[in-house]
Design a protein around this ligand. Structure first.
Ligand SMILES: Cc1cc2nc3c(=O)[nH]c(=O)nc-3n(C[C@H](O)[C@H](O)[C@H](O)COP(=O)(O)O)c2cc1C
Length: 248
C-alpha cells in the first residue's frame, strides 16, 4: 500500500491525466482566486509595502543563515506593520501590475495559488484576539470567527503542541484543490504541497527579518482544525500551520 501513496510525488501521475478533459480545457470558468469574504464582515486595512517604517533591512544571507524552527516566543506583541509584512511575504501580491495576473511573492504551479491564509491572533497591536483571513487581492484582513479559549483550540488543533497557542499569531493555511484541479486534475495534489512549502519558507525568512521566529507544523488534527476554522474539509481544508512570535 505504502508504495502507492508515494506515487503521487512522481511526475508519472501527470501521464494519467487527460488534459483535454480538465475543467480548463472544457472551457469552464476558473474558481475565484480569492475566497469571497462575507460582505458584512469587518475588514482591516494592512500596511502596504513601501509604507513600512519599522521593517529593518536584513540581508538575505543573514536571514537564511539564522533561520531555524523556533518554538519559544516572548510575550511581546507584533505590530500591525510586522504582521502586514509577514502576510505580504507569504501570500501578498508582488506589485500592483502583477496583481492583474495573480503574481504573488511566492511561486505557484500554473499560478493557481490554491491556498488561503487564516491567522489566529493572540498578541498583535490593534487587533482583538480572533481568527482572521488574509485577502491578498486587497491586502486586508477580514474578521472571520471569534472564539472563546482560542489558545486552547489552536493547541488542540496542533495535536497538543502547546507552542501553537502561545504565539503572537499562528498562521493556518488551507488548500482549495479545485483551483488547481481546474488545470491539473489529479496532478494537483503534489504541486499544492510544494506550493505551501514555499509559503512557509518565506514566513521563516521574513520572521528572521523582524526578530521573530516560527516553526512549521504538519502534525495537526485534520478534523479538529477544520472544525475550528468552520471548513467543510472537502472543498477546503487545513494543510499546514506555523506559530509566530518574537524570539524568546
Ligand atoms: C513539512 C514539515 C512539517 C513539520 N512539522 C512539525 C511539527 O508538527 N511540529 C514541530 O515541532 N516541528 C515541525 N517541523 C519542524 C522540523 O522539526 C524542523 O524543520 C527540523 O527539526 C529541522 O530543524 P530546523 O527547522 O531548525 O532546521 C516541520 C517541518 C516541516 C518542513
Amino acid at each position: 500500500m505504502v508504495e502507492n501513496f508515494k506515487d503521487f510525488l512522481k511526475d508519472s501521475i501527470r501521464k494519467t491525466v487527460d488534459f483535454s478533459l480538465t475543467a480548463q480545457s472544457r472551457g469552464l470558468e476558473p474558481p475565484p482566486i480569492q475566497k469571497p469574504p462575507n460582505p458584512k464582515a469587518i475588514r482591516i486595512d494592512l500596511i502596504k509595502p513601501g509604507e513600512w517604517k519599522t521593517i529593518p533591512e536584513v540581508s538575505i544571507e543573514k536571514a537564511i543563515a539564522e533561520r531555524k524552527s523556533r518554538r519559544h516566543y516572548k510575550e511581546e506583541a507584533l505590530s500591525l506593520e510586522e504582521l502586514s509584512f509577514l502576510l505580504w511575504a507569504t501570500q501578498g501580491m508582488r506589485d500592483e501590475r502583477a496583481a492583474r495576473y495573480n503574481f504573488r511573492t511566492v511561486p505557484s504551479a500554473g499560478c493557481r495559488h490554491a491556498l488561503e491564509t487564516y491567522i489566529a491572533v493572540f498578541r498583535v497591536e490593534g487587533l482583538s484576539n480572533a481568527i482572521y483571513r488574509y485577502l491578498p487581492l486587497n491586502h486586508q484582513l477580514v474578521e472571520y470567527i471569534e472564539r472563546e479559549n482560542l489558545e486552547n483550540l489552536i493547541s488542540k488543533a496542533a495535536f497538543g503542541q502547546s507552542f501553537a497557542g502561545k504565539s503572537a499569531v499562528t498562521f493556518i493555511w488551507t488548500a482549495l484543490p479545485e483551483r488547481m484541479e481546474w488545470r491539473y486534475a489529479q496532478a494537483s495534489y503534489k504541486v499544492i504541497a510544494l506550493d505551501v512549502g514555499h509559503v512557509c519558507q518565506n514566513l521563516y525568512l521574513a520572521c528572521e527579518v523582524i526578530g521573530a521566529g516560527t516553526c512549521a507544523i504538519a502534525a495537526y488534527d485534520q478534523e479538529y482544525a477544520d472544525h475550528v476554522l468552520e471548513l467543510d474539509g472537502e472543498k477546503e481544508f487545513t494543510i499546514y500551520m506555523a506559530p509566530v512570535g518574537k524570539k524568546g
